[in-house]
Design a protein around this ligand. Structure first.
Ligand SMILES: [Zn+2]
Length: 164
């Protein structure tokens, strides 16, 4: 396992559409391992493959409920709406509020190719939406309602980070 370099805003790869995984090879499993390690090393709540320069539909999330690995994830249900501040490991130091569904259901494959269904509310719903957007070249700042970076600059180091 290895911590990979995180692509920062401005890198073209973050704006591209990621391709579905057609075969889950050892390479994909190594990517999942590396992405989880990279996410934890950076205190993130999620990471999408384009953020480490790989244009594949692969996502890892840990919104405090344990590691979730998603291959070819698709949102199949949404409900409600909420507005919360978000951050992104590819846009360090910034926080902006974004409107997201309160609850989402995602279907995907796990690392063994088995279909899985993940239901998330609150922070997990936010992380699922945020990471899936990365797969389509969308950054959360595209959906920004308000830049609230100033409200977080002092607390950022102390609080548990939720950048993804
Ligand atoms: Zn992000």
């Amino acid at each position: 396992m290895a911590v990979r370099n995180i692509m920062l805003e401005g890198e073209e790869v973050l704006r591209k559409h990621a391709h579905p995984v057609d075969r889950i090879t050892r390479r994909i499993r190594v990517l999942l391992d590396d992405m989880a390690e990279t996410m934890y090393a950076n205190d993130g709540a999620g990471l999408a493959a384009p953020q480490v320069g790989i244009l594949r539909r692969v996502v890892v999330i840990d919104a405090g409920e344990g590691l979730i690995e998603l291959i070819n994830p698709v949102i199949v249900e949404t409900e409600g709406s909420m507005v919360n501040p978000e951050g992104c490991l590819s846009i360090p130091g910034r926080r902006c509020t974004v409107e997201r569904p309160e609850r989402v259901v995602v279907e995907a494959l796990d690392r063994n190719g088995k279909p899985i269904r993940v239901e998330g509310t609150g922070l997990l719903a936010m992380a699922l939406c945020h990471e899936l957007d990365h797969l389509d070249g969308i950054l959360y700042t595209d959906k920004m309602i308000e830049d609230v970076t100033d409200q977080y600059t002092n607390e950022a180091q102390e609080q548990e980070e939720t950048e993804s």
